[in-house]
Design a protein around this ligand. Structure first.
Ligand code: CAA
Length: 287
């Protein structure tokens, strides 16, 4: 599949990343089928896209007509066959668990056209291992967006061991057409580049608080104001989702070892469903 032949895209998962990627693709003029496993998940994702587009229109970053047209290009779906049966690219953004993603690819392989490219938005998992559950490992690569996709410029395009140059070139061109800046990641290692740096930073911040060496406010004021990050470390953790950060750490710990042991404070947050902005409470309250 060449970039020029890409018209229709399926995004699997309507959560934070799935709905955000759908919005970006629809804004770039693509027809997008956004699929999740339950009507309520798809509806929430659709409502979030509508909210975000209206917000951008309110701030004159696009016209209300452009916002409405982008929303019209989104088809929310639950049926997987309908979602992928005649698309050119499938971008997968389901939960960050190897088993869940493998099950999704096994199902999607059955219905997607043979020449469709599969691009995973995984934050950390092995692209090579995921690609090997499909019959098209050469048409498979990573396409990793950042949260919130509509605001963040970078996209990591990650090569698995089998990804073809044509596939990587098509996905890089697609990212550019989304008005993003793709950066090629040539080594398929846990967390790729950004999360290999950022997630341990959020974990280390949690250890500081867990061991009572600093408070959340002290850490955030330092990371935000002194280190110049756009958000404090805990604000960022809440933005990304504490569950997402924890899943990335668990995988990095499993593959890379001890320095990546997740802080119990993060585990506690996830057990208590304090996932961050998306659940209304994380390290901060959002209600
Ligand atoms: N769509 C539309 N508007 C949005 C929005 C969205 N998705 N998200 C936030 N906004 C709006 C807010 O509602 C707010 O609007 P009001 O002013 O009306 O209240 C406004 O944008 C926020 O704008 P601010 O001026 O307060 O903030 P900003 O514009 O300076 O920046 C930001 C916002 C771009 C999110 C910035 O804080 C930032 O860059 N944060 C860091 C984010 C980051 O690093 N993300 C990557 C995380 S790592 C990751 O995602 C990888 C992974 O795999 C785990």
């Amino acid at each position: 599949m060449d970039f020029e032949d890409i018209d229709t895209i399926a995004v699997l998962g309507a959560g934070n990343m799935g709905h955000g990627i759908t919005e970006v693709a629809a804004l770039a003029g693509y027809d997008v089928r956004m699929r999740d496993i339950k009507d309520e998940f798809v509806q929430d994702g659709y409502d979030n896209i509508e909210w975000s587009l209206n917000k951008l229109a309110e701030k004159d970053q696009l016209s209300q007509d452009e916002a409405d047209a982008a929303l019209d290009r989104v088809t929310p779906l639950v049926d997987v066959e309908e979602a992928v049966s005649d698309v050119d690219v499938v971008i997968e953004a389901v939960p960050e668990k190897m088993d869940i993603k493998k099950d999704v690819y096994t199902e999607v392989e059955e219905y997607a056209p043979e020449d469709a490219i599969f691009a995973t938005n995984t934050s950390s998992l092995s692209i090579t291992e995921l690609s090997e559950v499909t019959e098209r490992p050469e048409q498979f690569c990573g396409m990793h967006f950042f949260n919130p996709p509509v605001r963040m410029q970078l996209v990591e395009v990650i090569s698995g061991a089998h990804s073809s140059d044509d596939t990587l070139a098509a996905i890089e061109a697609l990212a550019e057409d989304f008005e993003k800046t793709p950066v090629r990641v040539r080594k398929d290692s846990p967390g790729f580049i950004v999360n290999r740096i950022l997630v341990p930073l959020m974990n280390e911040a949690a250890w500081l608080v867990h061991t009572d060496e600093a408070t959340v406010a002290e850490v955030d004021s330092t990371t935000k104001f002194d280190m110049g990050l756009p958000m404090g470390s805990f604000e960022l953790s809440d933005q990304v989702g504490n569950d997402v950060g924890l899943h990335v750490l668990e995988y990095m710990h499993e593959v890379l070892g001890e320095p990546y042991a997740p802080c119990p404070l993060l585990e506690e947050k996830v057990e208590n469903e304090e996932l961050g902005k998306k659940s209304g409470k994380g390290f901060y309250d959002y209600e």
